[in-house]
Ligand binder design. Structure first.
Ligand SMILES: Nc1nc2c(ncn2[C@@H]2O[C@H](COP(=O)(O)OP(=O)(O)OP(=O)(O)O)[C@@H](O)[C@H]2O)c(=O)[nH]1
Ligand SMILES: [Mg+2]
Length: 432
């Protein structure tokens, strides 16, 4: 049997390759002339897709620390590596910029890059939020470091990461400062948060501080000495290694897909934005021709058939304008809109012919009905035109979401992978 992780990597690779070939080459040869503004707007997103694909082949796992100032983020990295590489200290803001440390765990199968970050509350306002988002989106796994009860800022950051579906271990550091009983009650509170699975909360003492001890000498003298309690990091180290060995590949695959999903949605959104006025012209034209056709054509059945066909052609034209794929994502919804549009037309035909007592056919045969005919035709034309308009709008929404939800689309593959993951693992907690 093939390793599920290997499978997940392959699925992610296929998804990203499809996206890249679709957006970078296919779109260029599409019927519409390339739009320079659009190409510039999506360049970065295409880069993201490319980087994510490259990353899949490197099997280098990125683990980032995260948390407020002075929680011991840098100390946790040092303790994991077993060397004091990064500066630590009691002042807030010791770490000013993200720093990477290579870690080759003794089990040897995976390469890890540990990324230490500045405290979330260190860099001012917007810049802090941006940096946080950037590091988070790059990392495959996050070590969220707290040191006791959590603050509102910590809670908000945790919720944000959860929304972004980031695999995360909550590291409760500085346990040397708390007696066992206090540790237990803090732990219980952290478990109550609901932002992390209980299994993903680990207690550590990354850089325990010396404590005063009383020394009683045989001769009765009493002196005071300082002793440093032992570092406690092995539980965290083992947990990380277990995750990497069992699910490292799935983590890589998921992270690449999360990034691809964001990039693809960005591309679709920007495309829709930049092609907006062209789209409006197309929808407007379809609405006009459909209305005209319905007004002139006397046979109700043909109205409905022709109207539906016109809607389908409109969908194709919009997909073509945007260069976005027509997938099977929520096609049901789109069909429903088409039926509403057609149904409205049909209803319009029935009402106008019963209320006005005349159908368009009789107008063709009986000239006296002609004025009434004009009213009927106008009403139906208006309904038909409006129908095209709502189909056009529904198509835009459908195309925007569709690229990520189609076959091999990142959202589809993410859902697939998460469905296969063992139910009580840290990754599995991302599904809900
Ligand atoms: N008692 C105790 N102190 C710790 C522990 N880990 C770290 N510290 C201390 O907490 C202080 C902050 O540690 P850092 O590792 O610099 O914290 P940081 O989160 O990287 O802080 P910034 O870089 O400023 O955001 C230092 O004085 C550490 O010695 C621990 O397990 N126990
Ligand atoms: Mg630091």
């Amino acid at each position: 049997m093939t390793n599920p992780g290997e499978n997940h990597l392959n699925q992610a690779r296929a998804s990203l390759q499809q996206a890249l070939s679709w957006y970078s080459s296919f779109r260029r040869h599409w019927n519409y002339p390339p739009n320079a503004q659009l190409q510039a707007a999506v360049r970065e997103d295409l880069q993201t897709l490319k980087f994510s694909l490259d990353k899949l082949d490197q099997t280098l796992i990125k683990i980032a620390t995260f948390g407020l100032v002075s929680r011991g983020k840098s100390a946790v990295v040092n303790a994991l590596v077993g060397q004091k590489i990064l500066a630590t200290g009691p002042l807030h803001g010791v770490t000013q910029w993200p720093k990477s440390v290579r870690w080759t765990p003794s089990s040897g199968k995976v390469q890890v890059e540990l990324i230490d970050t500045p405290g979330l509350d260190e860099i001012a306002g917007e810049a802090r939020a941006d940096m946080a988002r950037e590091v988070a989106s790059e990392a495959d796994l996050i070590l969220f470091v707290v040191a006791g009860d959590i603050t509102r800022t910590e809670y908000q950051a945790l919720s944000e990461l959860r929304r972004a579906q980031k695999p995360l271990i909550l590291v409760f550091n500085k346990i040397d400062l708390y007696p066992e009983q206090d540790q237990e009650s803090i732990l219980a509170q952290l478990q109550q948060l609901g932002s992390v699975v209980p299994d993903a909360i680990v207690r550590v003492a990354a850089e325990p501080q010396p404590i005063p001890v009383r020394v009683e000498w045989p001769d009765g003298r009493i002196t005071q000495d300082w002793e440093t309690p032992p570092v406690q990091i092995s539980e965290l180290r083992e947990k990380i290694l277990a995750i990497l060995n069992q699910q490292g590949r799935s983590l890589l695959a998921l992270n690449a897909l999360f990034q691809a999903r964001e990039a693809e949605i960005n591309i679709a959104t920007k495309t829709l934005e930049i092609r907006q006025s062209e789209a409006e012209t197309i929808i407007g034209n379809y609405a006009k021709y459909k209305a005209l056709g319905v007004a002139i054509n006397p046979v109700p059945f043909l109205d409905v058939l022709g109207g539906t066909l016109a809607d389908l052609v409109l969908i194709r034209s919009l997909a073509r304008l945007y260069g976005l794929p027509i997938t099977n994502y929520e096609t049901g919804k789109l069909w429903k809109t088409i039926f509403t549009s057609t149904g409205g037309l049909l209803l319009g035909e029935i009402i106008t012919s019963t209320v006005l007592g005349v159908s368009k056919i009789s107008a063709w045969t009986n000239p006296t009905d002609f004025t009434i005919y004009t009213g009927t035709a106008l009403t139906q034309a208006a309904i038909a035109g409006y129908g095209s308009y709502i189909v056009g709008k529904a198509t835009q929404a459908y195309l925007q979401q569709g690229c990520s939800w189609g076959p091999l689309g990142p959202s589809t593959v993410i859902q697939d992978i998460l469905a296969q993951i063992e139910p009580d693992s840290i990754i599995a907690s991302l599904t809900n």
